[in-house]
Ligand binder design. Sequence first.
Ligand SMILES: NC(=O)c1ccc[n+]([C@@H]2O[C@H](COP(=O)([O-])OP(=O)(O)OC[C@H]3O[C@@H](n4cnc5c(N)ncnc54)[C@H](O)[C@@H]3O)[C@@H](O)[C@H]2O)c1
Length: 269
Amino acid sequence: MIFNFKHVIMIQFTYTNKVAIITGSAIGIGFEIAKQLVKSGASIVINDVDGKALENAINELENMGANCTSVKGNSGDFDVIQSIVEKAVSEFGRLDFVIANSGITTFGDFINYKLEEFQTLTSVNLQGSFFLAQEASKQFIKQKSSGRIIFMSSVTGHQAHPKLAAYGMTKAALEMLAKSLSIELAEHKITVNTIAPGATLTERTQSDENYKATWEELTPTGKVSTTIDIANAALFLLSDTSSQITGQTVVVDGGWASVSPPPKIDDIK
Ligand SMILES: NC(=O)c1ccc[n+]([C@@H]2O[C@H](COP(=O)([O-])OP(=O)(O)OC[C@H]3O[C@@H](n4cnc5c(N)ncnc54)[C@H](O)[C@@H]3O)[C@@H](O)[C@H]2O)c1
């Protein structure tokens, strides 16, 4: 394990012979986790609904020398979830880690929130995460090996945030799901944890030019998180070092949830 407290930033773990699935991983947090897993020696299956972004991601990972494959499709769909797990096993022979990272964020006030938006949101954030964990667990149990499941929550699953009632509800639910599964799957040596990122710089969030400055001002550390900050937490939770941690949520937010000042209402898209 390498720690460099002055500048860096990435903790290095060795995951040679481990096979991981990361959903919603062509860009952003999921792609960073994919890259860091490749650097650690893992074989990976990435997934995204955006075919072009997926192709770019696979090219970049292959240039890094990755053992990787991909499944295009909506990670909320049960048949896509089954294909992702099947692909991990058919290509790499086993499955060790699952990061249910896909999540969509739709802003909207409660009174006007539409049924279709709610159904799309919950099918990806909840249904997709729930059934990916279920399909992966079946494979872990079949292999008689320990497994690691990580759900991707958000600080808005802890603290109320304007215009994010539905999204925040899905994220809080994922944290409860991790707790429930931790007791149900412990006998199989499967751990289930959740990461709750705060404001994190990704392609999506940086499309708002005020995002970084707005959130730096609101965050106690004066920084927004990078995707590496989130990947660090993920790689730790996947490791043997964390085998006694299950049912927990790791909040990676520079202290924002401890105070939770929201942005001004006009700043929220
Ligand atoms: N970025 C942040 O500041 C932040 C903060 C808190 C929580 N999160 C959570 O972290 C996770 C990743 O966030 P991000 O900002 O990196 O994501 P993002 O919005 O940038 O999307 C990443 C990728 O996921 C893909 N995707 C979206 N829906 C999908 C689906 N149904 N099936 C397959 N792929 C799909 C997109 O095409 C995209 O390539 C999400 O669950 C999000 O809710 C992000």
